[in-house]
Ligand binder design. Structure first.
Ligand code: FES
Ligand code: CO
Length: 323
């Protein structure tokens, strides 16, 4: 799963809280990585000891160093091998004794890795850093589909009245209010879309709201719901971890600038329920790759955000999950 664009980007791996005392194996873009925590923070290496290829994630952390389970070689958080127990006393450790280190960042409650370790820009997220919103982490949700199909489903306004009938739309109001997609430098976003929601949060009350969508990164997008009359705002960040062929994991952040009257668990459960409605659709779409040839599927006017997303993927040169 070589995709240089994604390897050059920050990819979500897991929640920060998932990394405990024991090193943790994760798979990102087909690569086995190990995450471990020491006093300096969380670090990511290839999950492979250069001695005999053992998985470092089966080892442990001792004195801030990652210890291989097989013959006890130790690595510091830069990846330098600092101890080879079998080496006769006084013998220098070879410079080549190095673990393969990835860029690793803790942000917004998640761990992100940069497989090419070239420290690209990271997208700002005011909802978490600005202090105005209550934030609830969502996921992991495994999906047997390629990431761009999952992202496009999230950006798709037309399905709400059908797949999420009774919650995010009703079938007798299927027409989507007109909207535009604005592309500025790296930013792609829609003008507000007027949407009728029969029961947007499970409280039984219908609402007319504005939806805005924004594409932040190839596999990271944001949705904002605003109520025009009272200034309440809710955003959902969706970000996808490409695991292996047809294996992806979705994560998200739900942010609210108002009192929802729901616990974190209730908010997550509602989102899980909505996502479970999308999952069989996305897992059965063909082709699995998102067609970047704009003539490949039949599009309507309301699909213009999907089209903009496809064009953006084409421009960035993403190869994974597109054709
Ligand atoms: Fe890791 Fe031998 S394989 S120390
Ligand atoms: Co949906």
């Amino acid at each position: 799963m070589k995709d240089e664009v994604l390897r050059n980007d920050w990819i979500v791996v897991c929640k920060e809280e998932d990394v405990k005392e024991q090193p943790l194996q994760q798979i990102v873009l087909g690569e086995r990585i190990v995450l471990f925590r020491n006093r300096k923070g969380i670090h990511a290496f290839k999950d492979l000891c250069i001695h005999r290829g053992a998985a470092l994630s089966l080892g442990c952390v001792k004195d801030d160093q990652l210890v291989c389970p097989y013959h006890g070689w130790q690595y510091d958080d830069e990846g330098h091998c600092t101890k080879i127990p079998q080496l006769p006393e006084g013998k220098q450790i070879s410079q080549k004794a190095q673990a393969f280190k990835y860029g690793c960042k803790v942000a917004y409650g998640f761990i992100w890795v940069n497989l090419n370790n070239n420290n690209p820009d990271f997208f700002p997220y005011e909802e978490v850093t600005g202090g105005e919103f209550r934030n609830v982490l969502w996921g992991p949700q495994s999906v047997e589909a390629k990431p761009p199909r999952i992202v496009e489903n999230f950006l798709d306004v037309g399905h709400l009245a059908f797949v999420h009938e009774g919650y995010l739309g009703v079938q007798d109001k299927p027409v989507i209010g007109d909207y535009r997609v604005i592309t500025e430098d790296e930013r792609i976003y829609t003008t507000p879309i007027d949407v009728f929601q029969p029961d947007p949060d499970g409280s039984g009350q219908s609402k007319n709201v504005y939806y805005t969508y924004e594409v932040l990164r190839p596999l990271t997008v944001r949705f904002t719901k605003e109520e025009p009359n009272n200034g309440t705002k809710m955003t959902i960040l969706l970000t996808i971890k490409p695991v292996e062929e047809l294996k992806s994991v979705a994560y998200g952040i739900l942010s609210f600038n108002y009192e929802t009257g729901q616990t974190d668990e209730e908010i997550v459960a509602f989102q899980d329920m909505i996502f479970a409605q999308d999952k069989p659709i996305v897992e059965n779409q063909k082709p699995e790759e998102l067609p970047l040839d704009l003539q490949a599927e039949l599009s309507l006017k309301f699909d213009r955000l999907s089209i903009a997303y496809r064009q953006y993927l084409k421009k960035t040169g993403v190869t994974l999950g597109v054709e």
